[in-house]
Design a protein around this ligand. Sequence first.
Ligand code: DC
Length: 232
Amino acid sequence: MNDKKIIIAIDGHSSTGKSTVAKQLAKALHYIYVDTGAMYRAVTLYAMRKGLISPDHFAEDALEDVLAEINIRFEVNPETGVAEVLLNGENVENEIRTLAVSRQVSKIAAVSEVRRKLVEQQQQMGVEKGIVMDGRDIGTVVFPNAELKLFMTATAKDRAERRFLELKVNDESITYEDVLKNVVNRDHIDSTRKDSPLRQAEDAIKIDNSNLTLQEQFEQILKLAETTIATA
Ligand code: DC
């Protein structure tokens, strides 16, 4: 394999396992992994803590006014080797994964000012390539020239089942129906928003993983990455 570094953009619907495969790929290729969903989630957590957003209220203008106060960066956890998200210096990796944050995040991600701030930061992270980034607009907006673009999908039922099993470990009150509702609702908001809606880039390779094991999926994607790097 040559040592040319590329950008790998992974987009797709909620809970399709984008981050799992992105992490595996980054590790195998010795690339940096960036979870852009974590950045939108961290902004959401900040807005929730400030009382700017709740299920029945969203002070969008007030959020735009305080955007400059929000600093988001990643720090590698030395025990796991995985980058975790810091919100103004505080590690919020666990808190941003709750269903309470998932319920609000699509509304925050629809705000153009928020997107502009985060996209700029994401583009900076990719300047030296050698990066695997996952999200909703990576192949279409953040890195339209990425050498490899993947678009991951699976049925809403399969995705909700997987996410339910993950969330149930920390919160026994969660029901499968709650998670399914959230997955379907986020798909709708993410795909119909005006600014950078979720869509498959024309040159992206679609991976439907409804019937793939994690290992099969990883092998398939690693092969694609190695072929792309070899011809880059
Ligand atoms: O990947 P995730 O489920 O953690 O993402 C959380 C939300 O953030 C998702 O509902 C859509 C939004 N998002 C986005 O709009 N653009 C990205 N690049 C990443 C996430």
